[in-house]
Design a protein around this ligand. Sequence first.
Ligand SMILES: *[C@@H]1O[C@H](CO)[C@@H](O)[C@H](O)[C@H]1NC(C)=O
Ligand SMILES: *[C@@H]1O[C@H](CO)[C@@H](O)[C@H](O)[C@H]1NC(C)=O
Ligand SMILES: *[C@@H]1O[C@H](CO)[C@@H](O)[C@H](O)[C@H]1NC(C)=O
Length: 521
Amino acid sequence: MAPSSSSTSNSNLSLLLLFLLFFAAPWAKALNFTRQDFPREFVFGAGTSAYQYEGATDEDGRSPSIWDTFTHAGKMPDKSTGDTAAGGYHKYKEDVKLISDTGLEAYHFSISWSRLLPRGRGPVNPKGLEYYNSLIDELVKQGIEIHVTLYHLDFPQILEDEYHGWLSPRVIEDFTAYADVCFREFGDRVKHWTTMDEPNVLAIAAYDSGAFPPCRCSPPFGINCTAGDSTVEPYVVAHNSILAHASVVKLYREKYQATQKGFVGMNVYSFWTYPISLSSADIAATQRALDFMIGWILDPLVYGDYPEIMKKKAGSRIPSFTKEQSELIRGGTDFIGINHYTSVYINDASNGEKTDLRDYNADMSAVFRTSRNDTPSGQFVPTSIPVDPQGLQYMLEYLRDTYPGIPVYIQENGKGQFGKKDSLNDTDRVEYLSRYMGSALAALRNGANVKGYFVWSFLDEFELLAGYHSPFGLYHVDFEDPNLPRQPKLSAQWYSKFLRSEIGVNIINMISADEHEHADI
Ligand SMILES: *[C@@H]1O[C@H](CO)[C@@H](O)[C@H](O)[C@H]1NC(C)=O
Ligand SMILES: *[C@@H]1O[C@H](CO)[C@@H](O)[C@H](O)[C@H]1NC(C)=O
Ligand SMILES: *[C@@H]1O[C@H](CO)[C@@H](O)[C@H](O)[C@H]1NC(C)=O
């Protein structure tokens, strides 16, 4: 199939959406399931990321990443930093024991590039190597399947200073060399590699709105940005991300896959999208939003090129792939990882309606809303979001139809408590996770090739932009106590019993889209 598959599925999608929007309620039904209803080889786990989990940012030879620079400049709304985070660098042995005691089948973490290679390239930091080797060994000892992300938004500051990071094609060589070290050192035990976390969010949040480091956007520059060009840079960054991913995949396939027998995939952040009305303009905008969010990264890696609509809308501002590059990137992902929390309503903005996001949304000509009668949210990731478990099912079925056969891991799904106090008795999180897991099961039964589900996050940690005020963890971390003690929430106990098949899940009404909560990124 060619990238134009999106136009074939377009009419199907529209029909489906028609149904969903206006006839979904009568389908509301009970769904009861246990661990046994998922295939044995399906894995359930939980995740963390290096900057959000490890702390110890200036210990044992680690050099700063762009997130250290950002937080130390006081750019977080609450002025927090990841200097201690969840203290994982010193507490990982205790945590692996908790992971095992909880009965998790898999654990997903990311490697800090600047801890392993403090100069960004060249000599390996022995202490960094020792930390990851030891963490991996502990997981192996407990029989936990290991999933590793190479890059979770924490670019080495030293390379940012040298050539502006992802804006430069020089990143491709350095990222490939960093991946080479990881495969060589850890690939005997790690079989599931994700190159990048959310390259679509990276491109938009860091180079269009400028909210994420390195904080670039177009004039007028504000407190967040001092340089940038939102009309061009998001596309350049995504382009380099895709080429860097493809280069890493090529390396793995040529040098490691035969002996290590692992897999290399790519992650994207995903919303499910509903048209805000049944007008053909809103329905077309909804497909456009999917193409701009998902197709932007995955169409090149599956079919070798960007979606036609993106090339048309962005014109010469979106780089093109040469014939050789197109050959290189095509078929270049062993699996797809999605981070998924919520759904949005899409409003056509072809007539130039103002979007608070800068040029990327103007090209998409779509506005994201968090409810049907909401004003435009103006945020790529809205701060107030619908809990819409069904949306995950639709997303997985969309991936099934758009990228047939490719395995999918739900790499992040979970519930934060933005601005609210989290409780150890987190019944709302149990409800959220149950419903989203049920939705994954429904998609699986409809033929989606879903292979795993990871709760975000294993424990409370430093949340990007929300700091310590939006805990997502199954385990509570007391950040006031210097020992950072962990305590299970109800959700940890519930997940544990579910995974041990001691309890099932009974969901009376699968469809609910009205509660508003916060999305992690
Ligand atoms: C700057 O970034 C912060 C979060 O990092 C965000 O809350 C704020 O809205 C941004 N300001 C502007 C003017 O974009
Ligand atoms: C937990 O909360 C639920 C409802 O939110 C309540 O019914 C239950 O009694 C609480 N359990 C404990 C141990 O406080
Ligand atoms: C699911 O569980 C609920 C509550 O235990 C029960 O009332 C319902 O009959 C069950 N439905 C099915 C289809 O088994």
